[in-house]
Design a protein around this ligand. Structure first.
Ligand SMILES: O=P(O)(O)OC[C@H]1O[C@](O)(CO)[C@@H](O)[C@@H]1O
Length: 392
C-alpha cells in the first residue's frame, strides 16, 4: 500500500518489459511517425515533435507549463514533477502530459499560427468514418431495427462496450485493422445492474463520459438514442475539449459522425442521425465538455462542479480504458479487489464499460482470474477482453 493514502502505488513507466513502458518506447515513436506522414508540417513543428519524443524517452520534465488556455491548471499539475526524469513519472500523468505537450508542438493553441486548432489526429479519426468496419457496424445496427426496444438497448450497450476496442492509439502496434475484432470475452458483465439503474423512476439525466471518436462514438450515440427511446429523460454526453490520446472524441468529432451517418447509404443510420440532431436541438441530448477531462487527474480529484453533476445523475457511464484508469487511479490493485471498494468514493452510481488495454483490472473473480492468466496471459492488454462493472 502507498503510505500516504492507503491506496496501492501508482503504475509507473520505469519497469523494463512492462506494458506502460512499451507505450512510451514502442507506441509513441509510431504515433509521431504517423503525424509526420499525415501532415506537411513545417521544419519547426517536425523538430518539436521529434524533440518531444526524445525528451519523453530519456529527458526530464521542464518547469514551464505549456502555453494555452489551460496553463494555470498545468502549472499546478507540474509542480511536483518539474525537473524529474520522465522515467519516474506515473503512467497516467506522463501520458496526459505527453498529449498536452504534443498539442503545443503542433501549435494547436498558438493564436499566431496557421496550425492553430488543426486536430493532429483528424486524418486518423476520419479514416474510420466510411471504412468497411464502420459499414459493417451500421449494417448490424440496421438489423436491430425490428427488435424490442429493451432488447435493442441491451445489444447497443454491448456494442458500445466493444466499440471501445476500436481505439486508434491502441492500433499503432497492436491490433491491425480488422484483426482480432469482434465481441470477445466479457470478463465481468453487470449489464443487468445497468438496466435496473436506467429503469429506476425519476427524471435525472444519464451522463455518458465518452472515449473515442469513430466507431466507438457511433456506437455510443446509438446507445444514447436507445436510452432516450426507452424512458431516459435526458442524456449528457461529456466530450474532450481538445484532441487527446489520439482518438478521443471532441464535439467536432460528434458533428463529423452525424454527417458520416447521413452520407452512408443505410437508412436506419440516417434516421439515427436525424433523431440525434433533434435531441440535441431540444436539449434532451446535451453535448458537454470540461477542462478536467484533458488533465492527468483521476476521478478522486473531481472538480466540485462535475462532482455535483455526477451526484445528481441517474447513472454515469464511463467509457473506455482511460476512464477506467482514472476511476481506479491507475494503481497496482490486486485484480480481486471488489469494484465497489475501488469506486466507493465516486459521487453517484457509476458503470464502467471498457475493453482491457492496460495492466489494470479490478473486480475479477479469483477463479476466473487464474483461468485467464493461465489461458490468455495477455488478456489485460490485448483489447480482446472486456468488462461492464457497476457501483450503485
Ligand atoms: O481509448 P481507451 O480505451 O481509453 O484506451 C486508451 C489506451 O491506450 C493507451 O493510451 C495506450 O496506447 C493506454 O494507455 C490507454 O489505456
Amino acid at each position: 500500500m502507498d503510505d500516504a493514502n492507503g491506496l496501492p502505488p501508482r503504475i509507473g513507466i520505469d519497469r523494463p518489459g512492462s506494458f506502460s513502458r512499451s507505450v512510451f518506447h514502442e507506441r509513441h515513436p509510431v504515433l509521431i511517425a504517423n503525424l509526420l506522414e499525415d501532415f506537411p508540417y513545417p521544419p519547426r513543428i517536425r523538430a518539436e515533435l521529434e524533440e518531444l519524443l526524445a525528451e519523453s524517452l530519456d529527458g526530464t520534465v521542464p518547469a514551464e507549463p505549456p502555453p494555452g488556455p489551460d496553463t494555470a491548471a498545468w502549472a499546478a499539475q507540474l509542480a511536483p514533477y518539474a525537473g524529474k526524469p520522465w522515467n519516474d513519472l506515473p503512467f497516467l500523468w506522463a501520458e496526459a502530459y505527453f498529449y498536452r505537450r504534443l498539442l503545443d508542438a503542433v501549435q494547436y493553441f498558438d493564436l499566431s499560427s496557421p496550425w492553430r486548432g488543426v486536430d493532429p489526429f483528424a486524418p486518423q479519426k476520419g479514416r474510420q468514418h466510411d471504412g468497411p468496419e464502420m459499414l459493417r457496424d451500421l449494417d448490424a445496427y440496421a438489423a436491430l431495427a425490428e427488435t424490442d426496444p429493451a432488447e435493442r438497448r441491451r445489444s447497443l450497450l454491448h456494442a458500445a462496450l466493444w466499440g471501445n476496442q476500436a481505439d486508434l492509439g491502441f492500433r499503432t502496434n497492436n491490433l491491425q485493422a480488422g484483426q482480432g475484432e469482434s465481441a470477445g470475452d466479457v470478463v465481468v458483465d453487470d449489464s443487468d445492474a445497468v438496466a435496473e439503474l436506467l429503469d429506476a423512476p425519476g427524471h435525472a439525466p444519464v451522463i455518458v463520459v465518452a472515449d473515442n471518436a469513430g466507431r466507438e462514438i457511433t456506437a455510443d450515440l446509438a446507445l444514447i438514442d436507445s436510452l432516450l427511446e426507452t424512458g431516459t429523460t435526458a442524456v449528457e454526453l461529456h466530450l474532450k475539449a481538445d484532441p487527446f490520446f489520439v482518438s478521443d472524441a471532441t464535439g467536432q468529432d460528434v458533428l463529423a459522425t452525424l454527417d458520416a451517418l447521413d452520407s452512408i447509404p443505410n437508412e436506419p443510420a440516417g434516421t439515427l442521425a436525424t433523431r440525434l440532431r433533434e435531441a440535441i436541438g431540444t436539449g434532451r441530448l446535451e453535448l458537454r465538455t470540461h477542462g478536467f477531462y484533458t488533465l492527468p487527474s483521476t476521478y478522486r480529484e473531481l472538480p466540485a462542479d462535475l462532482a455535483t453533476e455526477f451526484a445528481a445523475a441517474k447513472l454515469v457511464i464511463l467509457k473506455g480504458d482511460l476512464n477506467y484508469r482514472r476511476l481506479t487511479g491507475d494503481r497496482e490493485w490486486d485484480p480481486a479487489t471488489p469494484f465497489d471498494t475501488v469506486a466507493s468514493y465516486f459521487p453517484g452510481p457509476v458503470a464502467a464499460l471498457r475493453t482491457a488495454k492496460s495492466d489494470l483490472a479490478v473486480g475479477i473473480d479469483p477463479a476466473r482470474l487464474a483461468e485467464l492468466d493461465q489461458d490468455t496471459p495477455d488478456w489485460r492488454t490485448s483489447g480482446t477482453h472486456a468488462m461492464i462493472q457497476v457501483r450503485r
